[in-house]
Design a protein around this ligand. Structure first.
Ligand SMILES: Cc1ncc(COP(=O)(O)O)c(C=O)c1O
Length: 403
């Protein structure tokens, strides 16, 4: 396998698909069919140099590193995300993960008053819901709008749930389980008409599906770097609409959010006026070093080109699956389809394990199936190889059920 990495044929494949030129930059692709960028994007080769840059800086500059760039990194690195999600300079601050970013946002509100409803759309990532249900002890009324089938989330029930008691609406732009794309702009329009705000989880979209938080007029957006952004763990992010900054005072806070952090004043916090007010304690500096390369590459390629290839390859995967008699739990409508195709075969978990033994990396989610995700570095032959091997494994199992 991986004949597209055979030197003599590389030129041919790159002429057919220019994004394959990036394969060289991702070492794991030389020996693995990597169809799992919805879970952990492949590591760019240059990330190792970035990790080294962090330790070299710490070793050579010591404490001076803080004033020579480390302190600003939550925003300087956030700027690389801003250009991917349609935010402005200085409007994205890096956090450790989405759960923390959700906690910061939800701590801005008083949940005891009459406007205490928090609407969560049924395909939200569970960690978000865990944070929201924790707010019930402060008076929040958490309303879940269920998905009718576990894969899709029709717009109307979400819009209908938003009323005058609603404070916050939480929606995943692309659902983790099924890659279903939600219409965030329509949800924002309805929420604003009712006096509510919207937080969009971009984890499964940023880097593969175009995002424009300012065009949507979203109030908040959160995400992380582990998946399509190829940035690794520990580098979540938070966007807050600039005109809201002055009116929001997160209770989940810390000294980095203070107007004069190095005055080390006691007592209640005096929030700084810029996006640092949404930070808390010491930033996760090593993760910010290792996250950068992925963002730079996604910026260089551009999400439009990544999306174009993704739509072509996810359509091809669905065709191949249909031809192999495999049931697909992914939306056929390209406008509602993110970067993952979910293939529902008997004993999907065991089949996924066997694929791993054959150097094909995918994952399995109960009630959905095997999640297969091409990214900009995926060759078309890998799609064929993956579906062929799934079929072969299923057929070799005792109760083969592919028709
Ligand atoms: C949509 C979505 N949100 C959030 C997360 C993870 O959140 P956290 O950064 O808190 O681990 C994931 C996956 O890990 C996800 O798919």
């Amino acid at each position: 396998m991986n004949q597209y990495d055979n030197r003599s044929r590389v030129g041919y494949y790159i002429a057919m698909d220019p994004l394959l030129a990036w394969r060289e930059e991702f070492p794991i692709l030389a020996h693995t069919t990597y169809m799992i960028s919805h879970s952990l994007g492949a590591m760019p080769r240059r990330t190792a140099e970035r990790a080294r840059e962090f330790t070299d800086t710490w070793a050579a500059r010591g404490v001076r590193a803080w004033e020579e760039g480390w302190w600003e990194m939550p925003v300087t690195v956030g700027n690389l995300i801003a250009s991917i999600i349609g935010a402005g300079e200085g409007e994205v601050v890096m956090q450790q993960n989405v759960s923390i970013a959700q906690s910061i946002v939800s701590s801005c509100f008083d949940w005891r008053g009459p406007r205490n409803k928090l609407i969560t759309a049924g395909l939200n990532f569970p960690s978000n819901d865990y944070v929201y249900h924790g707010l019930e002890r402060q008076g929040a009324c958490v309303v879940t709008v269920p998905s009718p089938d576990g894969f899709t989330m029709p717009l109307e029930p979400v819009l209908d749930a938003i009323d005058e008691q609603t404070r916050l609406v939480s929606v995943s732009h692309v659902a983790f389980r099924s890659s279903y794309v939600q219409d965030v702009a329509a949800i924002v329009a309805r929420a604003h008409a009712m006096g509510a705000m919207v937080i969009a989880d971009l984890y499964q979209s940023a880097g593969t599906v175009p995002v424009d938080v300012r065009a949507w007029n979203a109030d908040f957006a959160v995400g992380g770097s582990v998946k399509w952004l190829c940035g690794g763990p520990g580098a979540g992010y938070l966007y807050v609409r600039r005109d809201l900054w002055g009116s929001l005072e997160p209770a989940f806070t810390g000294w980095a959010a203070h107007e004069q952090p190095f005055a080390f004043e006691g007592g209640a916090i005096r929030y700084t006026g810029d996006a640092y007010r949404f930070l808390n304690g010491t930033p996760n500096v090593p993760a910010l070093y290792t996250a950068r390369s992925g963002y730079e590459i996604v910026n260089e390629i551009g999400v439009a080109a990544i999306r174009e290839k993704s739509l072509r390859q996810t359509a091809r995967l669905m065709e191949l699956a249909a031809a192999a008699g495999i049931r697909v739990n992914t939306c056929a409508d390209p406008a509602r389809r993110g970067g993952v195709v979910t293939l529902d075969v008997p004993d999907g978990y065991e089949v996924t394990k066997e694929l791993g033994r054959r150097q094909i990396l995918v994952d399995y989610r109960p009630q959905a199936g095997i999640r297969v995700a091409p990214h900009f570095y995926t060759a078309d032959e890998e799609l064929e190889h993956t579906v062929r091997e799934i079929r072969a494994i299923v057929e070799s199992r005792p109760a083969a059920a592919i028709s």
